[in-house]
Design a protein around this ligand. Structure first.
Ligand SMILES: Cc1cc2nc3c(=O)[nH]c(=O)nc-3n(C[C@H](O)[C@H](O)[C@H](O)COP(=O)(O)OP(=O)(O)OC[C@H]3O[C@@H](n4cnc5c(N)ncnc54)[C@H](O)[C@@H]3O)c2cc1C
Length: 375
């Protein structure tokens, strides 16, 4: 039973955003910036964001050499260049809006380890640099001169350096978005799972965890930013979940002769140093079918594969003790670009961020907020 005051003040909004990951908070902030008098509510099912935004690896990246070459099989050169540009501009925007210190951003460059079977990528490095020159004005990719000094196994034949990538703390980034939203007067309710959206009416039905009671909120506009978890609210969506595993070691006792964010196996495997530990993740390509899951479980085969890569390729001959592991869920589809579109008279979505949400989440939220402002 609600009081007159509760009913009058807490249930109706100009905009209701569902999901408080990078996309949801960026949407709420950009909408409020454009419409300062608007009343904005964010509903989040976890006690804090529990999607990919707080589970990722913190790579501030836009694509390794082999990943970009792989994209040419599915996209035109213009589409590939546009995708890289969007990601790179996205990274620049978050650095400008929040500052490197807040994001704990380090411009340590991106690197890709090439084994024998990927060496043909080197032949196309010049061509890719030429194509990207209009965005970066300089060469993006160069070869590391003495890769053997990095201490990887001799399976690694070549290391390609990307001069425009870095790394950040995704929790710090999310925290900065959260603080900005709160300072702007955006209400964020956590522990509230949306169970239905009436898309033409702007009605949002939500459950308070464990209470078995449904609350009815009303928005003049509704934004669905639930990425991989959107099927329930938008059953027609063509979204495929893709689970990612991350392992974190105990502090490493030996000196590690490299820094930066590293990829191998066409970008499917990634690693970097975090607070003196090894963070290693990915390898979804070792079991694509099982990883199309919304369950936060760990696939033992992928875990074993990652651990053997650490011991045999990344830190051969060094002792590694593992301390933590977790999974997060991404959303993929037939195209790599995100879906930003209206799906009802009062409702629009921004989903399918793939594995690049750090780079594009802010821009995607901005584009959704512009779409909502026009609806
Ligand atoms: C293991 C892993 C590593 C990654 N590494 C990187 C990386 O290094 N660099 C990079 O750029 N990207 C990386 N990504 C991808 C990146 O994290 C995502 O693209 C990005 O976080 C997506 O943001 P989002 O806000 O769209 O979705 P999410 O972060 O998934 O947010 C969706 C939110 O909606 C909430 N929600 C869901 N359903 C409901 C509901 N019914 N009611 C209310 N709330 C709901 C969820 O709890 C969640 O908080 C990685 C992802 C994973 C899983």
């Amino acid at each position: 039973m609600f009081s007159y005051w509760e009913q009058k003040n807490f249930f109706s909004y100009d905009l209701i955003v569902i999901g408080s990951g990078f996309t949801g908070l960026s949407t709420a902030i950009n909408f409020k910036r454009k419409n300062p008098k608007s009343n904005v509510l964010v509903l989040e099912k976890g006690i804090f964001p529990t999607g990919a935004s707080t589970k990722n690896a913190g790579f501030a990246c836009f694509g390794s050499l082999t990943e970009i070459l792989d994209d040419f099989w599915k996209m035109t050169p213009d589409e590939v260049t546009a995708l890289v540009e969007r990601r790179y501009k996205g990274l620049q925007q978050i650095r400008k809006n929040f500052g490197d210190a807040t994001l704990r951003y380090q411009h340590t460059h991106g690197f890709e380890l090439l084994e024998e079977e990927n060496l043909s990528a080197v032949d196309q490095l010049g061509e890719v640099n030429k194509m990207l020159k209009k965005i970066f004005k300089k060469e993006v990719f160069t070869l590391v001169k003495k890769p053997e000094k990095m201490g990887f196994s001799d399976r690694v034949k070549v290391v390609v350096e990307n001069h425009f990538e870095g790394e950040l703390d995704p929790g710090a980034y999310l925290g900065a978005l959260w603080n900005m939203a709160s300072e702007m007067g955006i209400k964020i309710l956590t522990g509230v799972a949306v169970v239905e959206v009436q898309k033409d009416e702007g009605i949002v039905l939500a459950e308070n965890s464990g209470k078995n009671k449904v609350y009815e909120f009303k928005g003049k506009k509704v934004a669905i930013c639930t990425n991989a978890f959107s099927k329930k609210l938008w059953p027609e969506s063509a979204l495929e979940p893709g689970r990612g595993l991350v392992l974190l070691s105990k502090p490493l006792t030996e000196k590690i002769p490299w820094k930066g964010s590293f990829h191998l196996d066409k970008g499917y495997v990634y690693f970097r140093k975090v607070d003196g530990r090894l963070l290693l993740g990915g390898a979804r390509n070792k079991d694509f079918e099982k990883e199309k899951s919304l369950d936060f479980e760990i696939n033992p085969e992928i875990r074993a594969h990652l651990k053997s890569l650490a011991a045999e390729v990344i830190l051969p001959g060094k002792s590694i003790e593992w301390e933590m592991e977790w999974t997060g869920i991404m959303a993929f589809g037939p195209k790599k670009s995100p879906l930003i579109q209206p799906i009802g008279e009062k409702t629009a979505v921004a989903v399918r961020l793939g594995g690049m949400g750090v780079a594009i989440g802010w821009q995607v939220g901005k584009e959704l907020s512009q779409l909502l402002s026009k609806m």
